[in-house]
Every structure is written in structure tokens, then in C-alpha cells.
Design a binder for this molecule. Sequence first.
Ligand code: DX5
Ligand code: ZN
Length: 221
Amino acid sequence: MSKAVKIATSILAADFTRLGEQVAAAEAAGADWIHVDVMDGRFVPNITIGPLVVSAVRRSTRLPLDVHLMIVEPEKYLEAFVEAGANRLIVHTETCPHLHRTVEHIHELGAKAGVVINPATPVSAVEEILADIDQLLIMTVNPGFGGQKFIEQSVDKIARAAQLRDRLGSTAEIEVDGGIDRHTAPRVVAAGASILVAGHAIFNHPAGIAAAIQELRQSVE
Ligand code: DX5
Ligand code: ZN
């Protein structure tokens, strides 16, 4: 595998009765980051977790915590998530009227800043912020649930985002989230993605977490 490709394990698909254990297993199996999906039942039709669980995950691993905020008014909670142990905060363009200010605030708090766009949001929506961010997350499903089917048009969208990034001289990495498995991973990596979020493919793999992570890595070798 190209060393640059990182696997961000999404705990959304984990067994929450054994969360610490499952996060530790992902770390031992070579996951690069732990991806945490925060949902509020307003921006997305599902409610998941808040800073309390982020701080529990923080105590279970030394890996960077990649926290995906699927909430309205995320600017109100940036500090709470950084205090809970988030290393990277990702906010949706669709929830941030003052995106530049929000990105600056994340950096002032000492975290890496990511911006995420929904499937129907064009790549052009991030043109003015791409040079200021550490990662651009392209949703490859509609946010809200794990285990959904990968949206095919995403492959071309990733390639266009990578072109725009290179044209602007931005160093932002491209991350993808939703329906990533051994079949879709090589295709998104070929298009320009270097951070793979995966939940279902890792935690629901019949052979277990370690085999799942190994299989995903091998698929992008
Ligand atoms: C969906 C979340 C994802 C989700 C991906 O809204 O942002 O991070 O966990 O799950 P899988 O890998 O199961 O498609
Ligand atoms: Zn996510």
C-alpha cells in the first residue's frame, strides 16, 4: 500500500457495550485514526454521541481522533470536543455560514481542521477554503447512518476535488466516508483520496477487526 493512505476506523459500527476494547483492537490491527461520528437528529436524521463518549474513546487509544460533526451550529461545540480529546474536527459546509471563521477557530484551539461536503454539494463550495484546511472530506453516502451503499458519482467528484486542490496549491488531504470497503477503496484512492473512513467493513467483518483492516490495506496496495 502507498504509505500515504490512512485508515480512519469509524466507531459508529462498533459494539458500544465493548467500545474501549474494540477501539484498542483497531489500534492493535494498525488503524491510523479513530473516526467519531457526532449526530444531532437535526442536521442528520440520527442521534449518536457527544463529548462524553469522545473523552472515553480518548482514554482507550493513543491514535488521533478524527471527529466528524454532523450537527447544526457546530461552532458552539468546538471547544468541548477539543477538550474531550479530539485532534481533528470536521465541519460541514452545509451547517457553517461563517466557515472561514469556524476553521480559524478550530486551528486556534490547536486541532486540525477539516471541511466536509454532502453528495449533492458541489466541489466548488470549498474553493475559497481549500487552502486553509488540513483535510477535505467528501461524503460518499448521505450522512446519518453506517452501512449504506457507496454513491458511484463520488469517484469522479474525488478526482475533480483533487484537481482543484492541486491547482490551488493546497496541501489538504482528501478523505472519503461511506460505503468504503475492499471494492470501493482502490477506486477512491486512484481518484485521489488518501484517508479512508470505514465502519461497517471493519466492525462487521466476519473474520474480525484485524482481518478487516488488513484486507482494506491490501486492497489499496
Ligand atoms: C455516516 C458516517 C460514517 C459512517 C460510515 O454518516 O459519517 O462515518 O460510519 O460508515 P460505513 O463505513 O459503514 O459506510
Ligand atoms: Zn463520518
